[in-house]
Design a protein around this ligand. Structure first.
Ligand code: GAR
Length: 207
């Protein structure tokens, strides 16, 4: 069983998709052992509690130095013995030491088709605002491994979503979640848990 830690910052609908995937068997050979949030009082924590998953809040503001926050985050993950870390709407950049330590063992869901609308400053609703501003006809979501850059790691899965007339950032965000994110994130975790994903020369190979 692959031990999975999920890092969250907000609503936790992607966390819920993972909980449901483990529950229904669409994610095989994996268990969610811990949820870590960098914000207190968020819905994601309620979802973890309801599913009986231990959770911890580690807030940047509670630490004097950024290094202490980063150390607390790394310690918490290490203590959970997680083999895979899933960023499910975790809106902070990870400490480089963590990324290095868990090379090709951290994945992120991003609400666009990378390399469009990604990188520094592109998160949450902002991504959809920019897609609509640019007038693209198709957007979507991407699951990728996390490397030292921002949204630059090897791509595991992508799913396209059409933009329709009168879309607002909010309606588009909802459709991208429903049609893409909640499908490809559990699918990626399942593929990794089944040992079907490897990274060769910076690209994902799937068997
Ligand atoms: C999701 O749309 C996720 O793709 C996005 O934040 C939202 C979190 O929703 N992540 C990013 O923008 C990362 N750059 P959730 O808390 O309901 O899963």
């Amino acid at each position: 069983m692959l031990r999975v830690a999920v890092l969250v910052s907000g609503g936790g609908t992607n966390l819920q998709a993972l909980i449901d995937g483990v529950g229904s068997g669409s994610i095989q050979n994996a268990e969610i052992v811990k949820v870590i949030s960098n914000k207190s009082g968020v819905k994601a924590l309620e979802r973890a509690e309801k599913a009986g998953i231990p959770s911890e809040v580690i807030k940047k503001g509670d630490f004097e130095k950024a290094e202490d926050f980063e150390k607390a985050l790394i310690d918490s993950i290490e203590k959970s013995d997680a083999e895979l870390i899933v960023l499910a709407g975790f809106l902070l950049v990870l400490p480089p030491a963590l990324v290095k330590k868990y090379e090709n063992r951290i994945i992120n869901i991003h609400p666009s088709l990378i390399p469009s609308f990604c990188g520094k400053g592109y998160y949450g609703l902002r991504v959809h605002e920019e897609a609509l501003k640019r007038g693209v006809r198709v957007t979507g979501a991407t699951v990728h491994f996390v490397d030292e850059g921002c949204d630059s790691g090897p791509i595991i899965l992508q799913k396209a979503v059409n933009i329709i007339k009168d879309d607002t950032p909010e309606t588009l965000q909802k459709r991208v979640m429903e049609e893409a994110e909640w499908k490809i994130l559990p699918e990626a975790v399942n593929l990794i848990a089944l040992g079907r994903i490897k990274v060769v020369n910076g690209k994902v190979e799937m068997t």
